[in-house]
Write a protein that binds this ligand. Sequence first.
Ligand code: 26Y
Length: 865
Amino acid sequence: NGVPIDWKPKSDPASIQADVLQNLEFTIGAPSSKIPNEVDVKTAYRGVAASLREHLIDAFNRTQDYWSKEDPKFVYYLSAEFLMGRSLLNTVQNLELTGPYSEAIKKLGYDLETLVDAEQNAALGNGGLGRLAACFIDSMATLDLPGWGYGIRYKYGMFKQAIDAKGYQQELPDIWLSNGNPWEIARPEITYKIGFYGTVDNFKWSPAEQVIAKAYDNPIPGYKTNTVGNLRLWEALPLNEFDLDAFNKGEYDKAVEERRKAEDISAVLYPNDATEYGKQLRLKQQYFFVSASIQDVLARFKEKHAGNWSLLPEKAIFQMNDTHPTIAVAELMRLLIDQEGLDWDTAWGITIKTLAFTNHTVMPEALEKWPVAVLGKLLPRHLEIIDKIDTIWKDSLKEKILAQVEQEKNSAPPKAEPAAKAPAKDDKKAAEEEEEEEEEEDPVEAALSKYGIITEIPWQKDVKVINMAYLAVVGSKAVNGVAAIHSEIIKDTIFKDFYEVMPEKFQNKTNGVTPRRWLAWCNPALAELITQTLGTDAWINETTLLAGLRQHADDKAFQAKWRAVKHAAKEKLSHKIKALMGIDLPTDPLYDVQIKRIHEYKRQYLNILSLIYRYHQIKTATPEEKAKMVPRVSIFGGKAASAYYAAKKIVRLINRVGTVVNSDPDVGDLLKIVFVPDYNVDLAEVLIPGAELSQHISTAGTEASGTSNMKFAMNGCLIIGTMDGANIEIAQETGKENMFVFGMDAEDVPVWREGKRKEWKDYDPRFVKALDMIKSGTFGEVDYFKDLVESVSVMNDHNNDWFLVAPDFTDYMRAQDEVDKLYADQDEWTRRSILYTAGSGFFSSDRTIDQYAKEIWDVVPCKRH
Ligand code: 26Y
């Protein structure tokens, strides 16, 4: 029913050209006298985007209509972050309209690449977790899986990073909507009320404050399919726009106060990617988007299946992306009980079939724990619900525990648990003191307390917190880690007790990345060579076909072509850096790249220390020795969280070293060190194709997966890395002998931390030399870098060098020597490069999403023809 849609946007170059012109005038409002040649590039981009939007909306509406009619089970990906990057190229490519659009754009006097560069980055995410969500919705659409992403339409995304003349990181606001957003569809008619604060009386919540959530839809085109999925983002608005009364009394601030307070909720992305930011506004954001999303899903469900709530788990599953959306457990319960009138048990039975949870980290500081006082004030009814979940959950374990305690009484005393991470110094001390004071407890209660969703933090007596990860584990049908090793580690550490009582819930879903954006679209020359070689471009959706490259790896003629493509990508990268920073980079040296958030655990420090030593070697080398050295360009990129001082010092150190090395005439082209400011998705799209070596050197056991490692591998970039996260699986697929593997394993790390550190005095003389150079002022700012130096060189402090920079240094240097040696043999290097791409098929997010769909979601493709 409805109006038959017979108009369809046309796809031939002439029609596209006419359509762009029409959009420039009537959508954008450019004066016809200036069209097309006199409109600026940003305007031209908007005209083209508006035209493409018609194609998108057409396929979007047809897809959503079809899904609505077929009523399949949907997956809803709840994520506080979606790091989408730019859309123009991805849209035109996924819709398979690049040919005609390029031609039409040329006829209008522009070129596609220039317009692509005019787009602002949609950076509504911090790093890996947010970009993963973006890859996932791309794959969902490509696989025709009924699914939507749900998140927040932040007005300001990830801060822009500038590096000042002294090498400091500066944070600037990301005003990404200043040129409009042609890809979104505002839905003023789709709104929900979200309550905060207030009181609960006899289970009835009366919020003291309410805001409106307004929907914006972002069509997500699949590749080689008619399916266009949806990313629905919520904007916060006031219930009452404007207080005219106050305005008339001359109280202008008060007149807009409610609006400002509401708009604050969706104003900024928290630019923190691991350290918990226990701010009330963050919890407000989380509840805001979770409540709006669940209300939205339930409203659609009711339209179709009014009253039949037991059917909900057959029609919907919510995937919670880390702890950020886990208030969903309590919100779904609240809506089912308080609003729909279900009893507790029925609601709980539905809830635990309708939610699933992904963990992305074992770092305790990133696992959100909300103080009961904070959550109870903001969401009093939810606190009641969580409290009851906690009680029932622990009750359900009592019998088991009782039996266990009895058994333990009769056998040996239980062994101590390994600590996931030492708490910070003061916390540690406090915890020990507290341990001493502790009185004898009821053994059953003591054993049960490990399972508590609501707990006391040991170092802050009497402060009760809600462990959101535990709430999610209890309230979900499935819990997964993001790489094989990580999924094992969470069962042994942070969720050990939970795993023991419900092992069937725990799964692994190794991450993946979309081969469209991260190979086919960002590296068209390599894509073309692959297609030629394999005789088909089917690998873009069937990445396992890339394995077909293996048989060409030894072919010298093919190697030469492969090398030429890589060299052209290096040139493109070099031009980009020249344009951004004014630095001239030679293109013959080895291009070595480390790009990711700046973190102690990711160990950019290890990388720069080795480069400092390399600098020393160059300075002291004889001309003969110099002639034998392998020239290298080392590129860093990444943002430090604004309050993470150690990370900021590392940024500054890299920049200081770069300044000194790059201007030292003794060094010449043997070494260049570049810190590219404002690393983001569109820079990654140039950096990754141009890289020959990439560094994934986290302390073993700390990086859950990593996803850029997969992107580099796809683009034929060799990896130097630890046996951590997805590196392990990449090594399996590529051949461990082809990777520069070094450092301690995840099992060795706790052993070293616990005991060996204390006696450890085996500093590598090269490590000592590098630190000495910092200490003696080679890079200036001796005082500023003092604690950074001490953090890896004073071992008597239990917490120092937590990430094992010093003990892993020697093996890292050995691996780096191997890198240099291999680079001198270009045929062998190229052979390996080919093997990386050939072995990367497993790391497509299509594979990951297929596994989620089959093993967790129970969602099947629903494709309109
Ligand atoms: C608590 C809050 C401050 C917070 C905000 C963002 C905590 C964590 C994060 C983001 C975490 C993140 O990006 N984790 C990364 O997820 C990737 C996708 O699974 C992994 O590949 C990567 O190893 C992990 O660090």
